[in-house]
Design a protein around this ligand. Structure first.
Ligand SMILES: Cc1cc2nc3c(=O)[nH]c(=O)nc-3n(C[C@H](O)[C@H](O)[C@H](O)COP(=O)(O)OP(=O)(O)OC[C@H]3O[C@@H](n4cnc5c(N)ncnc54)[C@H](O)[C@@H]3O)c2cc1C
Length: 389
């Protein structure tokens, strides 16, 4: 892997404050030191680096854009830069941080009781507890409204039955935020590890996000006290609002994966020689590929920064964030595929980070709203007509 010094063709750094650059630099150094030297091994073994969770918590990386309960209270641009640097290491780490912060801490902060906030936010922020978010089911991904998981009232408790699939951090989570159909609509429940009737089993054989834990959660008459239901979360709008937070982080995160791939391809092209001992970077077609890559990365950086500034002003809505997620994930996947091509056969070897990023991005293209679903969200915004069914 070649050293990385940042990618900034259009002096976008001049739009960042010193504080924002400092946050980026701190996480960049953490990733260079703790992740880059080991990630290929973790990826090969299909192992999540759980020992990094507490150090990440100490750096303030979980729920960094939330206020109170020990959270760093950073701006959304600072938060985005954290996600970018984590995903430059690997999408698995960024996925972990997205779930922990945007999909578990955010809903507890937004919809939880004071007791739930006090119980869970400090340990989740510090990385002393792990959370997961269960929305998807084996038969319902893009259409979670049709979920089958049920929460039936029984005295002062709820009885949970159903199954959640493809759940990041599922089997290592101390608390699962599970969305279920109750008598009064979709509700969120904090299900603690060890609850009788609740079990988690890992999904094996993934070619993508191999350094991330992905699990199936099963609920068979799991008794959940009503104090574990999020009091303010009613209807599908609540989990969708969490997805908006996570999608925002993804829009930034994938920039990191794209920059890593571009950096690798550029440095490789400058030293790889073919035909009369000329570096492949001197050939016009290779230059065109590199130019396409840096142009798309630069446009995506500007999109992320603009949406981040809008979010800091309270003006970014879910459709803006859909555009960010949709554009930047597709951009990163295209950049990874181009970088793979530039490395020729070496592009498929895990001595280089490209194929790993490319495989990871295939999941990122699908989760948190597939590319198609974001097309439909933006399509509905611009036409006023919904085309989901
Ligand atoms: C590694 C990984 C981690 C994940 N982590 C989590 C997690 O932590 N928590 C969680 O709840 N979920 C998680 N997911 C699940 C993820 O959110 C879903 O996979 C995603 O929502 C898509 O659902 P699906 O896989 O059922 O695909 P489907 O919904 O079956 O879609 C299949 C294809 O059909 C297309 N499609 C579907 N409906 C339409 C339509 N109306 N119009 C046009 N095209 C359509 C889709 O775009 C896609 O191309 C994870 C997934 C992966 C791969």
């Amino acid at each position: 892997m070649f050293p990385f010094h940042g990618i900034d063709f259009l002096e976008i750094d001049s739009l960042l404050s010193d504080e924002e650059k400092l946050v980026r630099q701190t996480v960049r150094e953490f990733v260079n030191r703790e992740v880059i030297p080991h990630i290929e091994e973790w990826n090969r073994e299909g192992r999540f680096p759980q020992h990094l969770v507490q150090p990440m918590g100490e750096l303030g990386l979980f729920g960094a854009n939330l206020q109170g309960y020990g959270c760093a209270g950073m701006s959304n641009v600072q938060y985005g830069l954290i996600m970018q640097e984590l995903e430059r290491g690997d999408s698995s780490l960024r996925s972990f941080a997205s779930v922990q912060g945007a999909l578990v801490m955010y809903p507890i902060a937004a919809y939880g009781s004071d007791e739930q906030k006090e119980r869970w936010l400090p340990p989740l922020q510090q990385g002393k507890a792990v959370g997961c978010f269960g929305l998807t089911e084996p038969d319902f991904g893009s259409n979670p409204a049709a979920m089958r998981t049920r929460a039936a009232r029984d005295g002062s408790d709820y009885i949970l039955n159903g199954e959640k699939a493809w759940i990041t951090s599922g089997s290592i989570a101390d608390v699962a935020l599970v969305w279920a159909q109750a008598e009064d609509g979709i509700r969120g429940f904090l299900v603690e590890k060890g609850t009788p009737g609740f079990s988690a089993k890992d999904i094996k054989g993934k070619w993508s996000l191999r350094a991330s834990v992905t699990s199936i959660l099963s609920f068979q008459d799991a008794r959940i006290p009503s104090r574990n239901a999020l009091p303010e979360a009613r209807g599908l709008k609540a989990p969708l609002s969490c997805l908006t937070q996570a999608r925002y982080g993804i829009g930034w995160g994938v920039l990191g994966a794209a920059m890593a791939c571009y950096n690798e391809a550029l440095e490789y092209a400058k030293i790889r020689k073919q035909f009369d001992e000329k570096p492949i970077a001197s050939h016009q077609l290779v230059q065109e590929t590199l130019v396409e890559m840096i142009t798309e990365i630069t446009k995506a950086q500007l999109l992320a920064l603009h949406v981040g500034r809008l979010k800091d002003q309270g003006r970014a809505d879910f459709a803006h964030i859909s555009m960010l997620k949709r554009n930047n994930v597709k951009m990163a996947l295209d950049v990874a595929r181009s970088a793979r091509d530039i490395l020729g056969a070496n592009g498929v070897a895990d001595e280089y980070p490209i194929f790993r990023h490319m495989c990871n991005l295939e999941s990122v293209y699908t989760y948190e709203g597939t590319h198609n679903i974001h097309t439909l969200i933006i399509g509905e915004r611009v036409t006023g007509l919904a085309a989901y069914e």
